[in-house]
Design a protein around this ligand. Structure first.
Ligand code: SF4
Ligand code: SF4
Ligand code: SF4
Length: 185
């Protein structure tokens, strides 16, 4: 298969399957927000440009499992075979073994697309918001993985416990009718 055919295949895949995958989560979320009393018409959100991936989103939410989740913007993803958000820096081997994965809860799965591309998906139910995968992706120079408050889960606390702990002042207030950080490219 030629390189041109490979890239066309990936583009077709993006068009047909992956595009906007992160926002599958958002479609139902805005609706859920609309039905909920939102104090002051604003909600908590994370500015991914300020987040330093410190890990405190996983430990400081008032919920047993954090309302902060990793999201994946497929339009920015390189579909890398050696995804640094998926593989540990020094993996034992380049396979799906738990010991090779960055994610401590196996929330990220990958699917072979075509040589050398893989699609990565995040199971929100398993994500604890630790930001380890985000750090791997950003350190590599991309940023298709990023942290966001999931408004299907967030209680919109008067004072967000994570916002208080956040060392980067990354927590901001956004209008409830536009509750996710705009990273469309
Ligand atoms: S506490 Fe702040 S800096 Fe740390 S991961 Fe959460 S948003 Fe990012
Ligand atoms: S590494 Fe952390 S933030 Fe990323 S998917 Fe896994 S649990 Fe979520
Ligand atoms: S507002 Fe409350 S529920 Fe929402 S992320 Fe912050 S601490 Fe968690």
């Amino acid at each position: 298969m030629t390189l041109k055919k490979k890239s066309m295949g990936r583009r077709d895949f993006l068009n047909n399957c992956g595009r906007g995958g992160a926002f599958l989560l958002l479609g139902g979320t805005v609706g859920a927000l609309g039905a909920r009393l939102v104090r002051g018409g604003e909600v908590w959100q994370i500015d991914p440009n300020k987040c330093t991936k410190c890990g405190q989103c996983a430990t400081h939410c008032v919920l047993d499992m954090s309302a902060v989740k990793c999201m994946h913007l497929y339009k920015m993803c390189g579909y890398c075979e050696l995804c640094t958000g998926y593989f540990e820096l020094d993996p034992v081997s380049l396979d799906e073994g738990a010991e090779n994965q960055v994610c401590p809860t196996a929330a990220i799965s990958r699917k072979y697309i075509e040589d050398p591309y893989f699609e990565y998906k995040i199971d929100t139910d398993l994500c604890i918001g630790c930001a380890r995968c985000v750090k791997g992706c950003v350190d590599y120079g991309n940023g298709s993985l990023y942290m966001q408050v999931n408004h299907e889960l967030c209680k919109n606390c008067n004072e967000c416990a994570i916002a208080i702990a956040c060392p980067a002042d990354a927590f901001i207030r956004l209008p409830a009718n536009n509750p996710y950080f705009d990273r469309l490219v």
